[in-house]
Write a protein that binds this ligand. Structure first.
Ligand SMILES: [Zn+2]
Length: 109
């Protein structure tokens, strides 16, 4: 600590810097508290800095390119890929489309 001309204690520059950083972190945590709680309930990944919070749904890790159609969504015949249903990507958390029970489509495409 340093003393100013009124003999008051003033925090040294490194101590002042740490206090400012701590205040910014605290303000950030309070500003993001509600959405952080929502993200925590959703089991999202949260990355924090003092001024930004980034949220990511870890279920995106289960998405991968379809190996049957090389992520094109179409077979060499031109028909939509049955494995990925024409999307070009597969969700590893879902059973393959060909093993699912058929849903009534209500029409032809
Ligand atoms: Zn495919």
């Amino acid at each position: 600590m340093h003393c100013n001309n009124k003999n008051m204690r003033v925090p040294s520059p490194p101590g002042l810097r740490m206090r400012i950083i701590a205040l910014l972190w605290k303000a950030g945590e309070e500003a993001f508290a509600e959405i952080d709680a929502f993200a925590w309930v959703q089991r999202w990944e949260i990355r924090r800095t003092w001024h930004t919070h980034t949220y990511r749904d870890t279920r995106f890790d289960a998405l991968t390119a379809c190996k049957v159609c090389s992520a094109k969504g179409r077979c060499p015949t031109g028909l939509p890929c049955r494995r990925c249903r024409g999307t070009g990507r597969v969700n590893l958390l879902e059973p393959p489309a060909s093993r699912r029970p058929e849903r009534p489509s209500g029409g032809r495409s």
